[in-house]
Design a protein. Structure first.
Length: 118
């Protein structure tokens, strides 16, 4: 079982940057692909970025070229560097296991709020 704690969210102006962190517990973290997901008010939760256990990355079309996902298996951490933030990036961001490209049904942490506003 992997438990997850997200941090690093906040209020930022359009064009700004934030770095989100996800601390994972569990001795077998290293074997999981991990993802960052987000849920905006009134919208479905969506996959933003995914990183395999080997470090291969994929991104949603809306964040390609702006967001970078990374992981440190030794520290059991997953990161999301977000640059050139837009108003539409406002959402609660979560990390979770990402065995495929669907949204998992469980295993969620509390998330971290990202608000992009001028």
């Amino acid at each position: 079982q992997v438990q997850l704690v997200e941090s690093g969210g906040g209020l930022v102006q359009p064009g700004g940057s934030l770095r989100l962190s996800c601390a994972a517990s569990g001795s077998i973290f290293v074997i999981y692909a991990m993802g960052w997901y987000r849920q905006a008010p009134g919208k479905q939760r969506e996959l933003v970025a995914r990183i395999s256990n080997g470090g291969s990355t994929t991104y949603g079309d809306s964040v390609k070229g702006r967001f970078t996902i990374s992981r440190d298996n030794a520290k059991k951490m997953v990161y999301l560097q977000m640059n050139s933030l837009k108003l539409e990036d406002t959402a609660v961001y979560y990390c979770n296991r990402a065995p495929d490209y669907s949204v998992p049904k469980g295993g969620w942490g509390q998330g971290t709020q990202v608000t992009v506003s001028s």
